[in-house]
Design a protein around this ligand. Structure first.
Ligand code: RB5
Length: 167
Protein backbone atom coordinates (compact mmCIF):
# COMPACT_ATOMS: atom_id res chain seq x y z
CA UNK A 1 0.00 0.00 0.00
CA UNK A 2 2.85 2.41 0.74
CA UNK A 3 5.67 3.43 -1.59
CA UNK A 4 7.88 0.86 0.14
CA UNK A 5 5.60 -2.11 -0.63
CA UNK A 6 7.21 -4.83 -2.73
CA UNK A 7 6.29 -4.84 -6.40
CA UNK A 8 3.25 -7.03 -7.08
CA UNK A 9 3.27 -9.95 -9.46
CA UNK A 10 1.14 -9.21 -12.55
CA UNK A 11 -1.68 -11.39 -11.21
CA UNK A 12 -1.69 -9.63 -7.83
CA UNK A 13 -1.73 -6.23 -9.44
CA UNK A 14 -4.60 -7.05 -11.76
CA UNK A 15 -7.00 -9.18 -9.74
CA UNK A 16 -9.80 -7.08 -8.38
CA UNK A 17 -11.81 -8.02 -5.28
CA UNK A 18 -15.48 -7.00 -5.35
CA UNK A 19 -18.32 -7.29 -2.84
CA UNK A 20 -21.68 -5.76 -2.09
CA UNK A 21 -24.66 -5.96 0.20
CA UNK A 22 -28.20 -6.68 -1.01
CA UNK A 23 -28.69 -3.04 -2.07
CA UNK A 24 -25.62 -3.18 -4.28
CA UNK A 25 -26.12 -6.62 -5.75
CA UNK A 26 -27.75 -5.65 -9.03
CA UNK A 27 -25.05 -3.04 -9.80
CA UNK A 28 -22.32 -5.49 -8.79
CA UNK A 29 -23.56 -7.95 -11.43
CA UNK A 30 -23.30 -5.24 -14.09
CA UNK A 31 -19.81 -4.29 -12.98
CA UNK A 32 -18.64 -7.91 -12.99
CA UNK A 33 -19.95 -8.24 -16.57
CA UNK A 34 -17.94 -5.16 -17.52
CA UNK A 35 -14.80 -6.50 -15.84
CA UNK A 36 -15.16 -9.74 -17.78
CA UNK A 37 -15.48 -7.74 -21.01
CA UNK A 38 -12.36 -5.78 -20.07
CA UNK A 39 -10.60 -9.06 -19.19
CA UNK A 40 -9.87 -7.80 -15.68
CA UNK A 41 -9.66 -10.83 -13.34
CA UNK A 42 -12.18 -10.40 -10.54
CA UNK A 43 -12.90 -12.25 -7.31
CA UNK A 44 -16.51 -11.92 -6.14
CA UNK A 45 -16.64 -12.03 -2.33
CA UNK A 46 -20.45 -11.85 -2.02
CA UNK A 47 -23.17 -11.25 -1.14
CA UNK A 48 -24.99 -13.71 -3.35
CA UNK A 49 -28.39 -12.12 -3.91
CA UNK A 50 -30.50 -8.99 -3.67
CA UNK A 51 -33.31 -10.86 -1.94
CA UNK A 52 -31.90 -11.33 1.54
CA UNK A 53 -31.03 -8.29 3.66
CA UNK A 54 -27.41 -8.59 4.82
CA UNK A 55 -24.99 -6.47 6.88
CA UNK A 56 -22.66 -4.39 4.70
CA UNK A 57 -19.69 -4.44 7.15
CA UNK A 58 -19.38 -8.20 6.77
CA UNK A 59 -18.93 -7.98 3.00
CA UNK A 60 -16.89 -4.80 3.15
CA UNK A 61 -14.44 -6.50 5.50
CA UNK A 62 -13.89 -9.33 3.02
CA UNK A 63 -12.61 -6.91 0.40
CA UNK A 64 -10.58 -4.96 2.99
CA UNK A 65 -8.86 -8.21 4.01
CA UNK A 66 -8.17 -9.13 0.38
CA UNK A 67 -6.54 -5.74 -0.22
CA UNK A 68 -4.49 -5.74 2.97
CA UNK A 69 -3.17 -9.20 2.08
CA UNK A 70 -1.92 -8.12 -1.33
CA UNK A 71 0.06 -4.89 -1.71
CA UNK A 72 -1.14 -2.83 -4.70
CA UNK A 73 -4.37 -4.83 -5.01
CA UNK A 74 -7.54 -2.92 -5.76
CA UNK A 75 -11.19 -3.52 -5.00
CA UNK A 76 -14.76 -2.34 -5.48
CA UNK A 77 -17.52 -2.18 -2.87
CA UNK A 78 -21.17 -1.41 -3.51
CA UNK A 79 -23.99 -0.83 -1.03
CA UNK A 80 -27.14 1.28 -1.27
CA UNK A 81 -25.55 4.71 -0.95
CA UNK A 82 -21.88 3.71 -0.76
CA UNK A 83 -21.69 5.44 2.61
CA UNK A 84 -21.68 2.42 4.90
CA UNK A 85 -19.06 0.61 2.83
CA UNK A 86 -16.78 3.66 2.57
CA UNK A 87 -17.06 4.53 6.26
CA UNK A 88 -16.17 0.98 7.28
CA UNK A 89 -13.34 0.49 4.79
CA UNK A 90 -11.60 3.76 5.64
CA UNK A 91 -11.22 2.68 9.26
CA UNK A 92 -8.48 0.27 8.19
CA UNK A 93 -4.99 1.76 7.76
CA UNK A 94 -3.77 1.15 4.23
CA UNK A 95 -7.25 1.36 2.75
CA UNK A 96 -8.04 4.46 0.73
CA UNK A 97 -11.69 4.07 -0.17
CA UNK A 98 -13.19 6.63 -2.56
CA UNK A 99 -16.95 7.01 -2.74
CA UNK A 100 -17.49 8.16 -6.33
CA UNK A 101 -20.61 8.93 -8.26
CA UNK A 102 -18.96 10.89 -11.06
CA UNK A 103 -16.05 10.28 -13.40
CA UNK A 104 -14.01 13.33 -12.35
CA UNK A 105 -13.95 12.31 -8.68
CA UNK A 106 -13.05 8.75 -9.62
CA UNK A 107 -10.10 9.94 -11.71
CA UNK A 108 -8.92 12.38 -9.06
CA UNK A 109 -9.20 9.71 -6.37
CA UNK A 110 -6.56 7.79 -8.31
CA UNK A 111 -4.38 10.75 -9.31
CA UNK A 112 -4.24 12.52 -5.93
CA UNK A 113 -5.32 9.93 -3.35
CA UNK A 114 -4.05 6.66 -4.86
CA UNK A 115 -7.44 5.16 -3.98
CA UNK A 116 -7.23 1.40 -3.80
CA UNK A 117 -10.94 0.88 -3.24
CA UNK A 118 -13.75 2.29 -5.36
CA UNK A 119 -17.11 2.54 -3.60
CA UNK A 120 -20.44 3.24 -5.27
CA UNK A 121 -24.07 3.35 -4.25
CA UNK A 122 -26.32 1.02 -6.20
CA UNK A 123 -29.33 3.15 -5.25
CA UNK A 124 -27.61 6.35 -6.33
CA UNK A 125 -26.32 5.82 -9.85
CA UNK A 126 -27.34 3.75 -12.84
CA UNK A 127 -25.23 1.02 -14.40
CA UNK A 128 -24.07 3.03 -17.43
CA UNK A 129 -22.51 5.81 -15.38
CA UNK A 130 -21.14 3.30 -12.88
CA UNK A 131 -19.37 1.43 -15.68
CA UNK A 132 -17.78 4.63 -17.00
CA UNK A 133 -16.63 5.41 -13.46
CA UNK A 134 -15.05 1.97 -13.14
CA UNK A 135 -13.30 2.30 -16.50
CA UNK A 136 -11.89 5.73 -15.61
CA UNK A 137 -10.81 4.56 -12.15
CA UNK A 138 -9.03 1.49 -13.53
CA UNK A 139 -7.25 3.46 -16.24
CA UNK A 140 -5.99 6.38 -14.14
CA UNK A 141 -2.57 6.15 -12.49
CA UNK A 142 -1.43 7.83 -9.24
CA UNK A 143 0.43 11.11 -9.77
CA UNK A 144 2.82 10.47 -6.86
CA UNK A 145 5.14 13.37 -5.89
CA UNK A 146 3.54 15.76 -3.40
CA UNK A 147 0.49 13.50 -3.22
CA UNK A 148 2.65 10.60 -2.05
CA UNK A 149 4.08 12.88 0.65
CA UNK A 150 0.56 13.75 1.77
CA UNK A 151 -0.46 10.12 1.97
CA UNK A 152 2.63 9.34 4.05
CA UNK A 153 1.83 12.30 6.30
CA UNK A 154 -1.71 11.04 6.74
CA UNK A 155 -0.49 7.61 7.80
CA UNK A 156 2.06 9.17 10.15
CA UNK A 157 -0.63 11.34 11.82
CA UNK A 158 -2.86 8.30 12.33
CA UNK A 159 0.05 6.34 13.83
CA UNK A 160 0.90 9.25 16.15
CA UNK A 161 -2.65 9.67 17.38
CA UNK A 162 -3.09 5.97 18.04
CA UNK A 163 0.18 5.80 19.99
CA UNK A 164 -0.80 8.88 22.02
CA UNK A 165 -4.17 7.30 22.81
CA UNK A 166 -6.28 9.89 20.94
CA UNK A 167 -7.95 7.24 18.78
C1 RB5 B 1 -29.17 -1.08 3.22
O1 RB5 B 1 -30.53 -0.83 3.33
C2 RB5 B 1 -28.38 0.22 3.22
O2 RB5 B 1 -28.47 0.81 4.49
C3 RB5 B 1 -26.94 -0.04 2.87
O3 RB5 B 1 -26.87 -0.62 1.62
C4 RB5 B 1 -26.05 1.18 2.76
O4 RB5 B 1 -26.59 2.15 1.94
C5 RB5 B 1 -25.54 1.73 4.04
O5 RB5 B 1 -24.82 2.72 4.08
Amino acid sequence: MSSTSPKPTPAEAETLAIACDHAGHSLKREIIKLLHELKVPVTDLGCASAEESVHYPIYGKKVVEALLARPHARGILICGTGLGMSIMANRFPGIRAALCHDIFTAMMSRRHNDSNLLVMGGRVIGPDLAKEIVKAWLATPFDGGRHQERLELLEQLVRESSSSGIS
